[in-house]
Write a protein that binds this ligand. Structure first.
Ligand code: PAF
Length: 273
């Protein structure tokens, strides 16, 4: 496995191979990230990953400074998962002095995370567009855990005719249902014990949906009942493609939520198909 810190080096390595699968990450890898690398490994002759804690997708009061990092461990995990190339640039390599361009995806960025985290998706879309331009993947792998991010990236790729196939892989969960996230490392033991309530809330909505409930407000209420003691940012039943809130479900939909335990903010979702 080769590790690169500069755009010029990774571009030269990429130019020497054919089809390539890319797993973009912010590091502090867990089994969810590794499932993306393993899927890329199964579907592409060459696999690349990026490790870059992207400053532009963090708000001024968010956790950029304390975001967990462990590059040596990440590199060992990527090597064991069969990754061939890793790009792990410093911020100045991605955002050199004078950098002044933003990719802004409309519509699907307005609600949910976009409403609570202004500027977040402009930061995500801009860095993902740059990573696609630098590495030129044939296929790029993202997790369903960040459902709105997946919708935003698919829309950016479609709207801007980017020649990359976006693959969304299922959320990987702990045995008690908690979705894997690098931010789970912030939870105290007591908070960790309470965190599976998020999955219980989503499962309550899914169970009601599977039993025939199509009233979106009834499903939001079912989720809310499981979240006593959490500070809820939103519970949502939205159209799976536009992410607009629904009154009634009559096509593919997404149950999603964001809630805080202490200072740790967790998100999760379940598709309702
Ligand atoms: O999902 C993430 O880890 C990040 O948002 C991404 C896609 C790597 C962009 O920084």
């Amino acid at each position: 496995m080769k590790v690169f810190k500069t755009v010029a080096e990774v571009r030269a390595a990429r130019a020497a191979v054919g089809e390539l699968g890319l797993a973009p990450t912010m590091g502090f890898l867990h089994a969810g990230h590794l499932s993306l690398v393993e899927r890329a490994r199964a579907e592409n002759p060459t696999v690349a990953a990026t490790i870059f804690v992207n400053p532009t997708q963090f708000g001024p009061n968010e956790d950029l400074a304390r975001y967990p990092r462990n590059l040596p461990r990440d590199l060992a995990l990527l090597e064991a998962a069969g990754c061939d190339l890793v790009f792990t640039p410093e911020p100045a390599e991605i955002y050199p002095s004078g950098f002044d361009t933003t990719v802004s995806v409309g519509g699907v960025t307005e609600g949910l995370e976009g409403a609570v985290r202004p500027g977040h998706f402009a930061g995500v879309a801009t860095v993902v567009a740059k990573l696609f331009n630098i590495i030129q993947p044939t296929r790029a792998y993202f997790g369903q855990k960040d459902a709105q991010q997946s919708v935003v990236i698919r829309k950016m790729v479609r709207d801007l005719n980017m020649p990359v196939e976006v693959v969304i892989a299922p959320t990987v969960r702990e045995p008690d249902g908690l979705a894997l996230s690098s931010r789970n490392s912030y939870l105290t033991p007591d908070q960790r014990a309470r965190a599976p309530a998020l999955f219980r809330a989503l499962s309550a909505a899914k169970t009601a949906f599977d039993a025939g409930e199509r009233d979106a407000e009834a499903l939001r209420a079912a989720m809310g009942r499981e979240l006593a003691g959490f500070t809820i940012d939103y519970v949502s039943i939205a159209d799976a493609e536009t992410l607009r809130e629904l009154d009634r479900i009559d096509g593919p939909a997404l149950a999603s939520l964001a809630a805080c335990l202490g200072t740790t903010r967790l998100i999760d979702n379940l598709p309702l198909n």
